[in-house]
Design a protein around this ligand. Structure first.
Ligand SMILES: [Zn+2]
Length: 153
C-alpha cells in the first residue's frame, strides 16, 4: 500500500482559503520569526497567511505520538476495523475512538493532515467520522468541492 511520510505542520499552508491549502512541498512556506513564547512562525508566500509550528498539534499532551494517532485515524478511514487496528498497532479500540472524538472537534485540521499525508477520499473521511456520530461538517458550512474535484467514490 502506498503511503506518504507524515509531514511537519510547516510543510503546507493551513489557510483554507489559500489555493495551496494542504498541498505539500510547494516551497510556498517560509520561516517567519518567532512568537513571544518562542514558537516558530511560518508564512505562506501565496496568501501571506501566517501560522505557528504547533497548529497541527491537536493531540498535544496525549500519551501517544501524534504520528501514531494520525496513522490510526487513517487506518480507520481506510475501512480497517477497530479490531484490526488493535492487532496491527497495539492500540485499544476505545483509545482510537477517544482520539477520534478529539479529532472531531478539529475536523478541518485533522482532515488537512490526513489528506496531506494519506491517499484518502472525501467518502473515506466521512465514513471515519460516523464512528463518533459526527458527520465531519460544521453546520453544513463546508464546501464539498474536494470530492467533486478528485472524482472520489
Ligand atoms: Zn497560503
Amino acid at each position: 500500500m502506498e503511503r506518504a511520510i507524515l509531514v511537519h505542520p510547516s510543510a503546507f499552508c493551513w489557510n483554507p482559503r489559500c489555493r495551496e491549502y494542504g498541498r505539500v512541498d510547494l516551497g510556498n512556506i517560509r520561516r517567519f520569526g518567532r512568537t513571544q513564547a518562542g514558537t516558530q512562525r511560518y508564512q505562506c508566500r501565496t496568501c501571506n497567511g501566517t501560522f505557528v509550528e504547533t497548529i497541527g498539534t491537536v493531540f498535544y499532551g496525549r500519551h501517544h505520538p501524534q504520528e501514531l494517532i494520525v496513522e490510526c485515524l487513517a487506518l480507520l478511514a481506510e475501512r480497517n476495523s477497530l479490531a484490526a487496528i488493535h492487532r496491527v498497532k497495539g492500540v485499544k479500540e476505545e483509545t482510537v475512538v477517544a482520539w477520534l472524538r478529539v479529532a472531531a472537534q478539529h475536523v478541518e485540521r485533522i482532515e488537512a493532515i490526513l489528506l496531506a499525508n494519506y491517499r484518502l477520499s472525501r467518502a473515506q473521511l466521512d465514513a471515519m467520522w460516523t464512528y463518533v456520530g459526527h458527520k465531519g461538517e460544521k453546520g453544513g458550512a463546508r464546501r464539498r468541492t474536494t470530492a467533486a474535484a478528485s472524482g472520489a467514490v
